[in-house]
Design a protein around this ligand. Structure first.
Ligand SMILES: Cc1cc2nc3c(=O)[nH]c(=O)nc-3n(C[C@H](O)[C@H](O)[C@H](O)COP(=O)(O)OP(=O)(O)OC[C@H]3O[C@@H](n4cnc5c(N)ncnc54)[C@H](O)[C@@H]3O)c2cc1C
Length: 218
């Protein structure tokens, strides 16, 4: 889109509010500025950390080779009002207003960039020794687990399961990966493409059990 078109397209819009300070939310704010939008841009994120990229969480951050993976962006220079540690509780479209933990926030245009949540297993919430891997806080909690070289069971042989299993093996943990489907990456890749990836597990010394849906955790 040309700058002229972008400006014409946003005529009359003064305030854009983006909910979610992940990759999608942050890139929305950057793109608005790059395309010449001169109105107010507010990005609201529930997490307290500077906006960060998640891929290093299952690699360098997990293994302690990087402290964090914050985006290299100057939000002040971009003129973006970044509000962190603030959960958006709901929207009132008729009023063009959001309700947040810190009070109402008006908008002309609202962008929902609230991302995804990991699938949890019933009965595991808050149980010691059971972890999710989605956020920077999760990766920081898992780092000492790897350092203590525990025996680890990974549920899910998708991309993140594979990366975590490899990192845990590298840290010296015994690793078993359980996967409900009959092969790794079944949800995202055809069998012939995913077949060689089964070797990742053997090569790293992790045990992969397919067709093994978790029924319960005791
Ligand atoms: C460990 C890990 C490794 C990954 N590795 C790769 C990789 O190697 N390559 C790759 O392509 N992808 C990878 N991904 C996936 C990639 O990180 C995601 O596709 C990407 O994070 C999606 O960005 P997003 O902005 O849409 O959502 P998210 O990153 O989920 O960001 C959404 C944000 O919105 C916030 N939010 C949600 N609800 C509210 C609310 N009500 N109020 C305020 N804020 C709210 C959340 O707190 C969150 O910070 C990985 C993901 C993980 C977890």
């Amino acid at each position: 889109m040309s700058e002229q078109t972008a400006q014409e397209g946003t005529a009359g819009i003064r305030r854009v509010v983006v909910v979610g300070a992940g990759m999608a939310g942050v890139q929305t704010a950057v793109a608005l500025r790059e395309r010449g939008f001169a109105g107010e841009v507010t990005v609201i994120g529930a997490e307290p950390h500077q906006p960060y990229d998640r891929p290093p969480l299952s690699k360098a951050v997990l293994l302690g080779k990087a402290e964090d993976s914050a985006f290299d962006l100057d939000f002040d220079a971009l003129g973006v009002d970044l509000r962190l540690g603030c959960e958006v509780l709901g929207a009132r479209p008729a009023d063009h207003e959001l309700d947040t933990e810190a009070g109402p926030v008006p908008y002309d245009v609202l962008v929902l960039a609230t991302g995804a949540e990991p699938v949890t297993l019933p009965g595991t919430e808050g149980v010691p020794g059971v972890h999710l891997l989605r956020t920077l806080d999760d990766a920081e909690r898992l780092r000492p687990v790897l350092a203590r070289q525990h025996d680890i069971v990974v549920v899910g042989a998708g991309w993140i399961g594979a990366e975590f299993a490899t990192a845990a093996r590298e840290a010296g943990c015994a690793v078993t990966v359980v996967e409900a489907a009959d092969r790794p990456l079944a949800g995202v890749l055809p069998a012939e493409v995913a077949a060689p990836m089964t070797r990742w597990y053997t090569d790293s010394g992790a045990e992969l059990r397919t067709g093994a849906r978790v029924e319960r955790v005791e």
